[in-house]
Design a protein around this ligand. Structure first.
Ligand SMILES: Nc1ncnc2c1ncn2[C@@H]1O[C@H](COP(=O)(O)OP(=O)(O)OP(=O)(O)O)[C@@H](O)[C@H]1O
Ligand SMILES: [Mg+2]
Length: 388
């Protein structure tokens, strides 16, 4: 085989820089070094012959060159699972092809293939382990499994929520009657009031579950973001203890309407405001702003990866405690909550509604400094002349 001309081109070397065999050598070294799979090869005596960048990254090793010549057991002492696999290489009758294991040291899942290295005479001179980090693949599969599971669980939750609603309403009505009949017994009154409050809470949770599992049927009309924000602020005032929290709202008067469902958008902003008030626990401030973005840099949506579409960017920012890093990637999961009485559906509903609007939601947070939720929504189509 002759790699010379192609290699010379790829590596920007003068054509006569080296003999083809050396070029081929260099080429192979670069190829293996830059592979997106991990490669680790050992000689028959157990000395490491080759370890590429990806292998060093996955096994958390110092740069490969310093490891060459060392016994593999020593190099990989932090990864007993891999030592075991390599240890069996020369004794196994059939070597594993497409096997998987979870590194106990880092909890990374790797998929691997083990091959023997033979020389021209067919003598085994070493073994090579090829492997790949499967964490991302696993996460995708996990998400798909979760989606299926959620669909099934959602259906069941919808049925249950529906069935619980009626007896719950019954309990509330009868407790109210009981309260009237026990006017002269203050102890009983206190208990009955408790019963009523608790069933109200249960009812609110049922409503939330129903809102979450119900498929969204959106009626998109040009909708004023300012109106939805104002309505959310009013709605939330009745629901959450705002205490001394200061709220400011800045929306330019010429902000174009978004293509949206007024009630659903109100619910989105209400959920974000409730979370902000709860995070602030009665002190601090919430800044709500909306602006128009027309370029990607300014935060506009780029549907289909083509050109930026006019977009309204709404931000709900608080100066509360922030979201801890280990919590941040879970906050949109249904039923994830850090609150004793939370259902963890607020943000899951928010994301579902924003998705249905073909918008986007993201969160930025600084520990101890606050949290900002940003909702981006496409401007109503006929506002920029594509629809009449
Ligand atoms: N503004 C915020 N500041 C700090 N943490 C937040 C903020 N908003 C959300 N979180 C975190 O995200 C979690 C999930 O929020 P989400 O609204 O989905 O559920 P919840 O508020 O706990 O319950 P629910 O909204 O159903 O009453 C919260 O429990 C909280 O830990
Ligand atoms: Mg919430």
């Amino acid at each position: 085989m002759s790699f010379a001309p192609a290699c010379a081109g790829v590596m920007h070397m003068p054509k006569r820089a080296a003999k083809p065999s050396r070029l081929t050598d260099v080429f192979f070294r670069h190829m293996v070094g830059n592979m997106r799979n991990g490669v680790l090869a050992i000689a028959r005596d157990g000395a490491v012959v080759l370890v590429n960048d990806e292998a060093c990254r996955l096994f958390d090793l110092p740069p490969g060159a310093s490891l060459v010549g060392m016994p593999y057991g020593e190099v990989l002492h932090g990864h007993p699972d891999i030592v075991r696999v390599l240890g069996g290489a020369f004794d196994m009758v059939t070597l594993p092809n497409r096997a998987e294991l979870r590194l106990r040291s880092t909890s990374t899942v790797i998929g691997y293939t083990l091959s023997l290295v033979r020389d021209e005479a067919g003598t085994t001179v070493g073994a090579a382990l090829f492997f790949k980090d499967l964490t991302d693949v696993e996460q995708i599969e996990e998400r798909e499994r979760l989606r299926d599971r959620l669909a099934a669980v959602g259906e069941m939750a919808a049925v249950m929520a529906h069935e619980i609603k009626n007896p719950l309403a019954g309990i509330e009505v009868m407790a109210a009657l009981l309260r009237r009949k026990t006017r002269d017994n203050p102890d009983a009154q206190t208990l009955v009031t408790e019963i009523i409050n608790e069933s109200k809470l249960a009812n609110a949770i049922v409503q939330e579950v129903l809102a979450f599992v119900r498929p969204i049927r959106l009626q998109l009309f040009p909708t004023s973001v300012a109106d939805a924000l104002n309505s959310a602020l009013t709605l939330v005032d009745g629901e959450a203890a705002r205490g001394a929290t200061a709220v400011t709202l800045h929306v330019p008067t010429d902000l174009p309407p978004v293509g949206g469902d007024y009630h659903q958008l109100t619910q989105v902003f209400a959920n974000l405001l409730i979370n902000a008030y709860q995070a602030l626990a009665g002190r601090g401030h919430v800044h709500v702003t909306a602006r128009l973005a027309t370029t990607e840099e300014a935060g506009a949506l780029v549907p289909g990866g083509q050109t930026a579409a006019p977009t309204v960017v709404v931000e709900v920012a608080d100066n509360g405690p922030g979201v801890p890093a280990d919590v941040a990637d879970k906050i949109f999961n249904p039923f994830f909550t850090t609150k004793p009485k939370g259902s963890g559906l607020g943000l899951a509903i928010v994301r579902k509604i924003v998705d249905a609007h073909e918008g986007r939601i993201d969160m930025t947070t600084t520990d101890g400094r606050g949290t900002c939720f940003r909702v981006t929504l496409p401007v109503a189509p006929h506002q920029h002349g594509t629809h009449h």
